[in-house]
Design a protein around this ligand. Structure first.
Ligand code: SF4
Length: 347
């Protein structure tokens, strides 16, 4: 048996029963693929179920308010995925009468739909013969064939894509694509792959050459940017001040307390002299009554150092337009980043 037959045989016995696998509905497949990008299946599953329950069709998603979509997405990270999902749902309804295009090329034109997602929808929903090459496939092919070309290089992408295409079972593109991803995810795992029981272990180059832990190769190491967020948690009775994040940055359109961003950690003294503080409190003198521990929040290319400064006021501040009061009872309606969610959970 060759590579493809082995993994498809293995898949028929070992596949996980995931809800989107029993469907040819392009909407549900798209939803699951967007949710599962950079997310483990166990973490993504409840989000998939919430989205399908709240928006059973692309029309329901398109008609939703962005705040509702972001709130349902809260905690999953990479919020641009949720915004693109919502945007694309509207395009599908407006320009395609609610029907997903059935070709790889047309799918690729949709916002937030890259090569991988377009290939997944085209093959799973419409049986188009196009390979999906996600992290699991890169890793499996790189190890099994002993390919040292960096997976994040232009050449690497081409090499792996062509190999995946050559290996495809032309008669069963949907099953083949799901099988190769599932095999990479469950058998040829990033750390501690199951080489001992792997049905490919007799012919795996990495195993033979003791290179399993060295492959796949990556060319770039990503520089991490450190950002310092000082949140001002202003309390008046059972209310506090919030604002919406705008601008092209992480967590766009999510909500937060007023915040001062700096390149280095701030001291309370400096915070109280900052223009944002002055805008909030005008000429009134208020003291910081509580300072939280520093919270580290790691994103793929950034580390956020967050500290919450609590200020209690005796009368409602006269707020500028971007700020507004939220009652402690109603703050759950607002989509917030995970570190705000954790902070508010204790309140
Ligand atoms: S033998 Fe090990 S490294 Fe090779 S394909 Fe199987 S799990 Fe992956």
């Amino acid at each position: 048996m060759g590579f493809s037959d082995i993994i498809m045989d293995w898949y028929s016995i070992n596949k996980r029963d995931l809800p989107w696998r029993n469907s040819h509905d392009a909407y549900k497949i798209w939803l699951s693929e967007v949710i599962l990008q950079q997310t483990r299946v166990e973490q993504g599953m409840p989000y998939y179920e919430k989205f399908v329950a709240n928006f059973p069709t692309v029309f329901d998603l398109a008609a939703a308010h962005e705040d509702t979509v972001l709130k349902l997405w809260q905690g999953l990270g990479y919020y641009s995925r949720a915004r693109n999902l919502h945007h694309t749902a509207k395009i599908i309804v407006k320009e395609h009468q609610g029907i997903f295009p059935d070709s790889f090329e047309e799918l690729l034109k949709l916002k937030g739909v890259g090569t991988y997602t377009a290939a997944a929808i085209a093959s799973f929903a419409f049986d188009v013969v196009v390979p999906v090459v996600d992290g699991n496939v890169f890793r499996l092919l790189s190890r099994y064939f002993g390919i040292e070309t960096a997976i994040d290089s232009h050449t690497g992408k081409k090499v792996f894509n062509e190999l995946a295409k050559e290996l495809m079972d032309q008669r069963n593109p949907a099953i083949y694509n799901q099988a190769i991803m599932e095999f990479g995810s469950l058998m040829c795992k990033p750390a501690n792959p199951n080489c001992e029981i792997c049905p490919l272990n007799q012919s795996c180059v990495a195993l033979k050459t003791d290179a399993v832990n060295k492959l796949p190769y990556k060319a770039k190491t990503t520089a991490v940017r450190h950002r310092f967020f000082s949140y001002i948690y202003i309390r008046y009775k059972n209310r506090f001040v919030m604002m919406k994040r705008t601008g092209n940055d992480i967590w766009k359109n999510l909500y937060q307390f007023p915040m001062i961003e700096t390149k280095k950690a701030m001291t309370p003294k400096k915070i109280m002299k900052d223009a944002i503080w002055t805008d909030l409190f005008k000429n009134e003198h208020y003291q910081i009554v509580n300072v939280s521990q520093e919270e580290l929040h790691k994103l793929s290319h950034q580390t956020i150092h967050a500290i919450f400064y609590e200020v209690t006021v005796e009368k409602a501040l006269d707020l500028d337009n971007e700020y507004f009061w939220v009652s402690a009872k109603h703050h759950h309606q607002y989509a917030v980043p995970k570190l705000m969610e954790n902070f508010l959970a204790d309140k």
